[in-house]
Design a protein around this ligand. Structure first.
Ligand SMILES: [Zn+2]
Length: 291
């Protein structure tokens, strides 16, 4: 964003705390259509007349809605009315879509990568993330799932590449290709990075669901069952698994029922894990290795 000043000497840079207040009051999306990828817009007063950045005078508009207002096709009154009753608050979520390709998408969770794998995360009987084949020729693969947390409920729901973030969350921030969901200040529960046409990366996760936990970042990723069984992954690549990670009451299974065998460099991963002071304890090693 340009830091050009207006006639009152106000910079275009809106303080982070004010931006978050705006996101919260708008339900994390465009106040008119509900699109999650949106811009901050001064509307009461316009930026040219503003003397300070106040959340109550700033709203969220997506590129398309903003353009219609700028062209004068839609009135500023429409923006003002929508800002008083944002559509995301009314319907309970902001919405947007991933660009998934005609090739089987590649999913990364922290340092682990899954190729040609249909179910990515299965936790306590709920499919957290899965990939379905295209509905028809010329259509993309379909990523679907539900990221739930015992405290926040359904934080992010993905239905055939379309994602919905709950308007009741504390914060949902979309910056560039990254969606970050926070449970409270400095408490990120999910950070997804879109890799358009290729796949999705979960670069941060910290979710508890029915006694199971998923947590990690770019360096490590851990999956923990309610009884304490745990797998921590450092470097990992697997291909052709039926299910990448499955957690039930008493076990965590990684890379089960491989069709073509995993390419997981097990000894290398153990060395890397040890060098980081981490454990890498597959609960079902033979399945884990796809042997
Ligand atoms: Zn819009």
């Amino acid at each position: 964003m340009s830091d050009k000043l207006n006639k009152h000497g106000l910079s275009r840079n809106i303080p982070e705390q004010v931006k978050r207040e705006v996101r919260q009051q708008c339900g994390f999306g465009c106040v008119i259509c509900g699109t999650a990828i949106a811009q901050y817009e001064h509307y009461e007063p316009d930026f040219a007349e503003a003397t300070e950045h106040l959340a109550k005078g700033i709203t969220l508009l997506c590129g398309a809605c903003h353009d219609k207002v700028t062209r004068g096709f839609w009135s500023k009154q429409k923006v003002s009315e929508a800002s008083k009753s944002p559509i995301c608050i009314k319907r309970g979520h902001a919405i947007d879509a991933f660009d998934i390709s005609f090739q089987h998408p590649l999913i990364r969770i922290g340092p682990a990568t899954w190729i040609n794998t249909s179910t990515i995360l299965d936790v306590m009987g709920q499919t957290v993330l899965r990939i379905d084949p295209p509905e028809a020729d010329g259509c993309p693969y379909r990523v679907s799932g539900v990221f739930s947390d015992d405290q926040t409920g359904n934080a992010l729901v993905i239905d055939a590449n379309e994602w919905k973030a709950s308007a009741s969350l504390w914060d949902v921030e979309v910056e560039g290709k990254t969606v970050t969901i926070r449970r409270k200040p400095r408490d990120i529960i999910l950070r997804l990075v879109a890799d358009p046409g290729k796949g999705i990366t979960i670069s941060k996760i910290n979710l508890s669901y029915n006694g199971a936990r998923l947590y990690g970042s770019d360096q490590t990723f851990s999956a923990e069952a309610p009884d304490g069984s745990k797998i921590t992954l450092a470097a990992y690549t697997a291909e052709g698994c039926k299910t990448a990670i499955s957690i039930n009451q008493t076990s965590v299974i990684v890379g089960c029922c491989c069709n073509w065998g995993c390419t997981f460099p097990y000894e290398q991963a153990v060395r890397e894990a040890e060098s980081l002071g981490l454990s890498l304890i597959p609960s079902a090693p033979r399945r884990f290795l796809g042997i």
